[in-house]
Design a protein around this ligand. Sequence first.
Ligand code: FAD
Ligand code: SF4
Length: 488
Amino acid sequence: MADPRGFLKVRERELPKSRPVEVRLRDWKDTYAQRQEGQPFLKEQAGRCMDCGIPFCHQGCPLGNLIPEWNDLVRTDQWADAIERLHATNNFPEFTGRVCPAPCETSCVLGINQPAVTIKNIEVSIIDEAFERGLVAPQVPQRLTGSTVAVVGSGPAGLAAAQQLTRAGHTVVVYERDDAIGGLLRYGIPDFKLEKEHIERRLEQMEAEGTRFRPGVAIGTDITWDALRRRFDAVVVATGATVPRDLPVPGRELDGVHYAMDFLTPSNKAVAGQPVEGAPHAEGKHVIVIGGGDTGSDCVGTSLRQGAASVTTLAIGKKPPTERPAHQPWPTDPILFEVSSSHEEGGERSFLASTVEFVGDEDGHVRSLTVAETEYLEDGRRVPKPGTERQIPADLVLIAMGFTGPETPELVQQTGAETTGRGLVRRGDDYASSLPGVFVAGDAGRGQSLIVWAIAEGRAAAAAVDAYLQGSTELPAPVGPRTVALRG
Ligand SMILES: Cc1cc2nc3c(=O)[nH]c(=O)nc-3n(C[C@H](O)[C@H](O)[C@H](O)COP(=O)(O)OP(=O)(O)OC[C@H]3O[C@@H](n4cnc5c(N)ncnc54)[C@H](O)[C@@H]3O)c2cc1C
Ligand code: SF4
């Protein structure tokens, strides 16, 4: 039972303080300091939860996190029960608690006329405290089924599927083409948002439970998809949506114009102490980031830490509103103007900016961009408005315009697997692909999304695989492949 007056006694949200910008720009460590130093206000904040008759926060979260239950367990200092309730729906709260955009908070009932409950911070505090207190132990299966499952791709979808299936008693091998496990958690998201020790700690638990990891193995080249299918009773395709969207304007071929991931991945590798040669680096350069999403924001924080001379983000659309507009009412997840920790650190942001051309010098290196104001046509198309062109200096351009879908050529050529018109791996309502025994989870089937959706899909796909292998399943399936977010 929640404190019935909690939200009346404490009306304001209180969150851990981030480290001063000038300090955090000198390293790659987590932006937030206080998480490690304890939070005297945490119980009071958890006490603001009203234990609503209809907890709309559940609706916002694809995992169906039992938010009011663990809020009250934090308020009453019952950490063992709090982590049990949190893990009941989420395999990896240390990831979502750090980098999820928290749609649960935008649908929190308290948010109608007060600031929402600090759900995300309470979540990450529970899992950090649980690790600290030794409350996160391996859950080794009581018996093995004798069935084998290959999971291809080690991002949050693959890892969630693997953990669920291992705990259900199947023998699970996770294949990853990169040299380390984690997918975009490892080599996409920078350390200042997610330090990699959080991945290591979870992988230790998974290995102790029996999941086997095979990094450095690309399915389709090192092992063919057909050989994999012959070797395992079931296969989960969790290969992500890694094909970047391009910007085919004149000058695209110039040196210094790169996809965001060709910049972020080597940067993450360098931070991990690996040798990186020939990768784009922002030191002393005028950096232009094209695209205003998470990937673009990560490019800003990374460029600033590498010592860029200037960083400008160009977004083709209008600047979103800072308050919920009437057409995106509670409890939908509104599209608002967001200031990420990277945006706090510096750089300019320009909206309604359409890139017309990359302009180079005689050596073939980009030196500036021609940018025009975006004009909206009646049919909704966005085009550069003639006569509004301007030049902005650029030595390094990072294209962060999202991803079009998964890389499927080998899968399709070697197995005949069907894809959708959008290039995603086709799947039915039970996550099954067009191939018997092959299932699809995460961005590979949904398209570019969020970590919380990848975990939810990994859990649900695991339930489908278990039912396929055993005839029935008790594993939870929080979302279907066609479940969509409550968008405004
Ligand atoms: C830069 C960036 C920042 C982001 N920031 C956030 C954020 O702050 N919050 C958030 O919620 N979401 C964020 N996202 C989105 C989020 O990371 C993804 O939605 C999520 O990781 C998808 O999980 P996944 O498991 O489906 O795929 P991925 O994480 O993409 O993992 C797929 C893995 O499969 C491997 N693979 C592919 N093909 C093969 C093969 N043939 N053989 C073996 N392995 C293969 C890939 O190497 C990769 O490691 C971000 C994305 C990017 C790019
Ligand atoms: S909607 Fe908000 S106040 Fe209500 S139960 Fe969920 S977190 Fe608590």
